[in-house]
Ligand binder design. Structure first.
Ligand code: NAD
Length: 353
């Protein structure tokens, strides 16, 4: 196994691994461990080049630092990628080699499943390292992150309603959910229980129909969901849904959902503010899953502790809205400021400054 350290400004440790025996070609990036060990998933993707893989792992690991800092998980930010096709190139040898690679960080990086990897792959990684989460429940795991992500979104939407309407009462509030998958379906149930009226869209029509039947919601064409008149638009499918083309089509007061990278570019956050739309920054509102995993990393996993911490997404968002108002900036800029402030506090605490 050949390991090569890549110097990258602003990152603590970036290492490239080539292992001809197993065919592993992977990169681990530890962006920042000021607040704790760097946790972030292992993505498997057929990147066209090493440069593409490195670009992605750098971007994703930095995102994890900010997400964990605002969510107060006691974790830092990292990520790893394997270059390969997850449909055809998986195997025990490959994931065991990845486990050895992860282990070489001696706990500074903790891995988890991500796009292209699954629980069974993590079991093979576990054969070589203890620095892995997202294992089967009977191996002490914190389980499926989706209900926790949905719960965090629910409490995030509560904060948004309070900010926009001076009341966090869900009764009669209309919420349009784009994507009725793992997170969307749990979120729809929570919102329905709280009294919200739902509009549901999925490119798989049976999924939207089944969830609408269960929650008394209305099915909306996926091509129309972004433009429906509603109090809350909850993107739970794709990224980049707020862009130059979609901005004028939005008819909501709030955007708050689980999807990653909701804004095509950071500047779209300011455009939402100018349009009078309150935006819950994606990495703040969708942190329920990582918060739940952080409870697993701390020690014996307890769902109740996780629930309390996930509910704090409400508090984190209220703080983000406060900063945005004080500094007259967009909410996405405000969450970046909050993350940087927490990192600064962490640095000061460790250096005694
Ligand atoms: P999922 O794949 O289970 O569900 C996504 C759903 O969206 C699917 O049902 C799919 O058919 C539907 N969909 C795809 N394109 C669509 C479109 N154009 N219009 C309407 N529906 C469409 O994924 P998930 O785990 O529910 O995650 C949803 C989003 O939240 C993703 O962006 C994911 O990255 C993000 N996220 C998920 C978690 C988690 O814990 N699962 C955590 C953080 C962020």
């Amino acid at each position: 196994m050949k390991l090569e350290r890549i110097a990258q400004e602003g990152y603590e440790q970036v290492v490239k691994c080539e292992d001809p025996d197993s065919g592993l070609r992977a990169v681990i990036a530890v962006h920042n461990t000021t607040l704790g060990p760097a946790l972030g998933g292992l993505r498997m993707w057929p990147y066209a080049s090493w440069d593409d893989a490195i670009f992605d792992v750098l971007r994703l690991s930095r995102g994890m630092t900010y997400k964990s800092a605002v969510a107060d998980t006691g974790l830092g930010g990292g990520k790893s990628v394997i270059i390969g096709n997850p449909k055809t190139e998986k195997g025990e040898k490959l994931f065991r080699a990845m486990g050895k690679f992860v282990n070489s960080f001696e706990g500074k990086y903790i891995t988890a499943e991500d796009v292209g990897t699954a629980v069974e792959d993590m079991v093979q990684v576990r054969a070589e390292t203890k620095y892995v989460t997202g294992l089967p429940l009977d191996m002490g795991s914190s389980g499926d992150p989706s209900p926790w992500t949905a719960l965090g979104c629910f409490h995030g939407i509560r904060a948004c309603l309070e900010e926009a309407f001076d009341s966090s009462d869900f009764t009669g509030r209309t919420v349009a959910i784009q994507g009725c998958g793992h997170v969307g379906e749990f979120l729809a149930r929570d919102l329905h229980k709280a009294g919200a009226e739902l509009m549901l869209a999925d490119i798989s029509p049976d999924r939207a129909k089944a969830l609408a039947d269960e929650t008394g919601g209305t099915v909306v064409d996926p091509a129309e969901i972004l433009g429906v008149e509603c109090d809350v638009f909850a993107p739970c499918a794709l990224g980049a849904v707020v862009n130059d083309e979609t901005l004028d089509k939005l008819h909501c007061r709030i955007i708050a959902g689980a999807a990653n990278n909701v804004l095509l570019r950071e500047e779209h956050g300011m455009r939402l503010k100018e349009a009078g739309i309150l935006y819950a920054p994606d990495y703040v509102i969708n942190a329920g899953g990582i918060i739940n995993v952080s409870i697993e990393v701390e020690g014996a996993y307890e769902a109740e502790r996780s629930r309390k911490k996930v509910e704090n997404i409400y508090v984190a968002l209220k703080r983000v809205f406060e900063i945005a108002k004080e500094q007259k900036i967009s909410t996405n800029e405000a969450s970046n400021h909050l993350a940087e402030e927490r990192l600064e506090q962490g640095r000061a605490a460790t250096t005694g400054a």
